[in-house]
Design a protein around this ligand. Structure first.
Ligand SMILES: [Zn+2]
Length: 359
């Protein structure tokens, strides 16, 4: 009998260990697409903006209509599914894509500013900091989950960040955090492909446990009023994500133990006309905090609205419920995916998103 119990215990031990400690060597890739509207991700190109010569070059109109509005064929779908096929493929692969307000999926920032630094701070720390009211290059006083992880056993030197914006080193507080931040940025002439290449090289060669990639062309082109280029950036980002995930699936260091989270720091104005080019709340306009903002005392309603995609062993389909999901829930979700205790990071942070919970 004793022998049987021992045998059973030996048989059950690995299963129990798995259930109790999903950690081990879990990995995370977090990608942000700056200021990418849920409207474009889910609905695809907005016909009115494609027809408007101010925002879409007439040479591009035909291509956009054929490729992304009509879609390349019924099988691949049209609209959002044609513009961002990888993101739209995630639910069928056991992942999640949420934030489609046409389907009553609500997700929003909880900060009052609706622009980048407050948004990234919220993503990385799990809560809004009302003291952050500009995109100025101030060293973040808050400890991000990246910094917290970099000090945890098993993560030292294994947390890397790549961002196409020269404020990322300040938001992540590179000198203090011990998280190297590669931040290439060429002002008004986006060079996102360099950031993408560098991140893919790092994944192949340095094998980080946590990789953050901040993509910014989507926001840059939108501020320039280039809707055609903004759509191009979304499509290119989606292509990059597909390549990233192919690498993950092909590499034994990552396959089966990597969670990918994709989201955005803020949305953009949802009103008809030129509102899509801008973002920021009335409060941000009052503080004149953003620097890009067209003075509009009402701000740009809709730019608080965001979306999120995720896939990996930590992600499982779960009913979202009527409550609006918060940007402040992303940090706890990321830590949960890594098998870490998010409450030990910050008990006041937003709880994990429903499809990360219960693990
Ligand atoms: Zn912006």
């Amino acid at each position: 009998m004793r022998r049987l119990i021992i045998a059973l215990a030996l048989l059950l031990a690995p299963a129990l260990a798995r259930a109790e400690a999903p950690a081990g060597d879990q990995r995370l890739i977090l990608v942000t697409m700056d200021g990418t509207r849920w409207q474009d991700v889910f609905r695809g190109p907005d016909k009115a903006l494609v027809d408007d010569k101010t925002f879409t070059h007439p040479d591009m109109k035909d291509f956009i209509e054929k490729a992304w509005i009509a879609g390349p064929g019924a099988k691949k779908g049209a609209g959002g599914a044609a513009l961002a096929p990888f993101l739209h493929s995630l639910p069928a692969r056991g992942g999640v894509l949420t934030g489609n307000r046409d389907e009553a999926q609500c997700m929003a920032v909880t900060n009052a500013m609706w622009f980048s630094y407050p948004g990234y701070n919220e993503i990385f720390t799990g809560r809004a900091d009302p003291a952050i009211i500009s995109n100025d290059k101030n060293w973040n006083r808050n400890v991000t989950f990246l910094e917290w992880l970099a000090r945890r056993p098993g993560f030292a030197g294994k947390v890397l960040a790549f961002g196409n914006w020269d404020v990322f080193p300040y938001i992540i507080n590179a000198p203090r955090s011990g998280v190297p931040v590669n931040a290439a940025f060429a002002g008004r002439y986006p060079t996102e492909t360099l950031t993408m290449r560098a991140a893919l090289d790092a994944l192949r060669e340095q094998k980080p446990r946590v990789l953050y990639i901040g993509l910014g062309d989507t926001d840059e082109f939108a501020h320039m009023g280039r809707y055609d280029d903004t759509l191009g950036a979304i499509n290119r980002n989606d292509d990059f994500l597909a390549e990233l995930w192919r690498l993950v699936e092909a590499d034994p260091a990552y396959r089966g133990k990597t969670t990918l989270i994709v989201t955005t720091d803020h949305g953009r104005g949802g009103a008809p006309g030129p509102a899509w080019t801008e973002h920021g709340s009335a409060e941000a306009v009052r503080l004149d905090a953003h620097g890009f903002t067209i003075p509009d005392p009402a701000g740009f309603p809709g730019s608080e609205q965001i979306w999120l995609a995720a896939i990996g062993p930590a992600v499982h389909d779960a009913p979202q419920g009527p409550a609006c999901l918060g940007q402040n829930q992303i940090a706890a979700s990321a830590l949960t995916a890594l098998g870490e205790d998010w409450r030990a990071f910050d008990a006041e942070a937003g709880a994990p998103l429903p499809f990360f919970a219960g693990r």
